[in-house]
Design a binder for this molecule. Structure first.
Ligand SMILES: *Cc1c(COP(=O)(O)O)cnc(C)c1O
Length: 383
């Protein structure tokens, strides 16, 4: 009650995905669950509890702000790592709370070491190196200085990780670029080794690399989208399928998003539906209004293109999606009535709507649709 839609998170599907990923990475490799963007829209609180139940003991977030939330929810035994934004004022907080973080520039590194010295606690650092993604990471030419600095300050940090990020391992078109990045990463790794600096864990692979470049699986992987049951791209799915068609526990979507019919009514031929003139009823039709619009994460781009499930049938969105409603054509559903369940993502009887199937229509990626699901939609864990 009091909500226009809700989200269900499937525990069994989540467990299946973790089992599948563990089979790929092997027993020795740590699985860090990437929970940035409110766990890709799934809800950070539910995902942390499911993940820990499934044996996961490390989480990755983008910012200190996200780490603050995760810290309250996770077990004390689980590690937590910031991969992106960490302001200088937040570094002391991170060190105090044993939060690990990426360092990718001299400024942050020096600041972290100085703070660690002053509060007499070690900074838990992951050194990110620039291998060709060209976002963040230490450049190779900076290595002599970096090594020197690290050697001088050994007692003020723990070298938790050496890491990098690939530029699109989900597409074969980036094959050469990714291969070069892997080579470059090993070059960095050897440099550290020569100077007796050994990271506790090396980690380079996100979901796509984990699924398709086995040589990128090292002591840890950082998996986001795949744990939620989505393939980073159709290519990655095809790759796994070709490799082992009989694999039984492929990834399964864990999220479902549901609402209810608010109003049902008939519209005369010649009438337009909703704002503007994008949909004209050319015969007598029956419409249902659903209280979910773009303010609720259902993009306006789904106007006249989206689909939802009602009474086990797929029905089209007609007219423009408004801030709080969408209208669907239910002319083929004789008994539809107010209160009927509407599935926006998920299964109903024999049919199902995946995020990607409604993404292709709007040319959005899974990542985007998920991340835009508002945090205030209530989320429940189901079997
Ligand atoms: C988001 C992110 C990941 C996870 O990516 P997926 O494709 O969702 O698995 C891993 N590493 C870094 C640095 C990231 O920003």
């Amino acid at each position: 009650m009091f909500h226009t839609s809700h989200i269900e998170i499937s525990k069994s599907a989540y467990k299946n995905n973790i089992k599948y990923l563990r089979k790929i990475i092997g027993k020795e490799t740590r699985l860090s669950s990437v929970i940035k963007g409110n766990a890709y829209g799934h809800g950070i609180d539910h995902i942390i509890s499911l993940a820990e139940e499934a044996g996961i003991d490390h989480f990755s977030v983008f910012s200190a702000n996200e780490a603050l939330d995760a810290l309250k929810l996770k077990s004390e035994l689980s590690g937590l790592m910031i991969m992106g934004l960490l302001d200088y004022e937040e570094i002391a907080w991170a060190i105090q709370n044993r939060v690990e973080f990426f360092v990718f520039d001299p400024g942050r590194l020096e600041k972290a070491i100085n703070i660690a010295k002053s509060i007499n606690k070690k900074a838990r650092i992951h050194i990110e190196v620039e291998t060709g993604f060209n976002r963040t990471g230490f450049e190779y030419r900076y290595m002599p200085k970096l090594i020197n600095f690290l050697k001088k300050n050994r007692e003020h940090y723990t070298f938790e990780g050496l890491c990098t990020h690939f530029a699109g391992a989900e597409s074969i078109s980036n094959f050469v670029r990714v291969k070069n990045q892997i080579k470059m990463f090993h070059k960095f790794n050897r440099y550290f080794k020569r100077h007796n600096l050994f990271p506790l864990r090396r980690h380079t692979a996100s979901s796509a690399a984990t699924l398709t470049y086995s040589q990128t699986i090292m002591e840890m992987v950082r998996v986001g989208i795949a744990q939620y049951g989505f393939w980073p791209s159709p290519e990655t799915h095809m790759y796994r399928f070709r490799k082992n068609p009989s694999e039984s526990n492929f990834l399964r979507r864990i999220i479902s998003w549901k609402s209810r019919v608010m109003v049902v009514k008939e519209v005369e031929p010649g009438e337009f539906i909703g704002y503007g003139t994008s949909y004209l009823a050319n015969k007598k039709i029956k419409i249902a209004v659903i209280p979910v619009g773009y303010a609720n994460g259902f993009s306006r781009a789904f106007s006249n293109t989206g689909r939802v499930l009602i009474r086990g049938r797929r029905v089209p969105v007609i007219g423009t999606v408004t801030m709080n409603t969408m209208t669907v054509n239910v002319s083929d559903l004789p008994n539809v009535e107010k209160g009927d369940e509407v599935v926006i993502i998920g299964k109903q009887r024999r049919l199902s709507i995946s995020v990607s199937s409604f993404c292709e229509m709007s040319e959005q990626l899974n990542y985007q649709v998920l991340a835009r699901l508002p945090a205030n939609i209530p989320r429940y864990i189901v079997k």
